[in-house]
Design a binder for this molecule. Structure first.
Ligand SMILES: [Zn+2]
Length: 321
């Protein structure tokens, strides 16, 4: 499974925490947090994170062989790089989270949750990422946070982009198409995701990539990730766009369905796929006297999940741009 992953899942730190090879030097900052600085000066920095949800193993399997090659000096990298194994304790158990969802806690939101392994991890990751972005002054900053989804989807691979005042780097959007993403969803409000944190505080072009359905280690059909893996390896080598893709469809978030009480009912079945369309007037969810209704002619559902804690997102509704 690879040295970096095995060491991280074994807990704690390896005995040797830094080193160098002909392409650059690496530093193991903390549990599951590795940086690499290439010898050759670069004006771009990249944060790659996987396993923020511990049951989403495919991105981990996709990235780890390359990380081992990097440490062994077999491949070079064109970026100052940070690789993050998001939630080692949850990865060990292959559970989405142990207590609460880590990917709702960034931007200091962990302070509003009861103390848990996730609130501590969110705090540590924020500190590490802050140090990483502040250590360099690269004009180009990208953050790719790679996930797999709980549900089947009409677009098997898609990206969710944080709310951002400034337009996105066109090469970034192009690369996401190269990586096989069929749809890009643009958030209209700040959120507690890891990708939003890099975008809001460090002006990174960032994206949460959903790369297929969550399965256990060894059970992932890695050939379905081949396009993404190829684009990622090319990106790491310094090729940002090949324009071999079909341009993705663009969606924006129109409304969030929030669970506010124990009376919450989501009017969708357990097998409702991501990007399922609903027509105007449809009642999507009820929470006591409050109803969530489709406002636009057609809205598409993303991440429907009634089993969340009160106050958290039970789904997003989208419109095509
Ligand atoms: Zn996830």
């Amino acid at each position: 499974m690879g040295y970096f992953l095995t060491q991280t899942l074994a807990g704690g730190m390896p005995s040797v925490t830094s080193g160098s090879n002909k392409y650059g030097s690496w530093q193991w900052w903390d549990e599951g947090i590795l940086t690499f600085t290439p010898c050759q000066k670069t004006d771009q920095a990249l944060l790659l994170s996987v396993g923020i949800h511990g049951n989403e193993t495919a991105p981990v399997e996709l990235l780890m062989p390359w990380v081992d090659d990097l440490l062994a000096g077999k491949v070079s990298v064109a970026w100052r790089l940070m690789v993050v194994l998001g939630h080692p304790a949850a990865l060990t158990e292959q559970k989405r989270y142990l207590h609460s969802d880590l990917n709702r806690m960034f931007g200091g939101r962990w302070q509003a949750f009861p103390d848990s392994p996730e609130t501590q991890r969110a705090q540590l990751l924020e500190q590490a990422v802050t140090r990483f972005w502040n250590e360099g002054h690269e004009p180009r900053r990208w953050h790719l946070d790679m996930h797999t989804a709980i549900r089947e989807s009409y677009h098997p691979r898609f990206g969710v982009l944080p709310f951002r005042e400034m337009p996105y780097d066109p090469e970034f959007l192009e690369w996401l198409g190269d990586a096989g993403l069929e749809a890009l969803v643009f958030h209209q409000k700040p959120a507690g995701t890891f990708s939003h944190f890099s975008c809001e505080h460090f002006n990174a072009s960032s994206c949460t990539l959903e790369l297929g359905k969550a399965r256990r280690f060894g059970e992932n059909a890695l050939e379905t990730f081949a396009t993404t893996q190829e684009a990622l390896y090319a990106l790491l080598a310094g090729v940002t766009a090949t324009q071999t893709h079909q341009p993705p469809l663009y969606y924006r978030v129109t409304q969030q369905i929030t669970r506010t009480s124990d009376n919450f009912i989501l009017h969708m079945s357990d097998d409702t796929r991501n990007f399922t369309p609903f027509t105007r007037g449809t009642c999507l969810a009820e929470d006591g006297i409050h109803q969530s209704i489709v406002q636009k002619e057609t809205e598409y559902v993303l991440f429907p999940n009634p089993n969340v804690a009160p106050g958290l997102r039970a789904g997003l509704m989208l419109a095509k741009i």
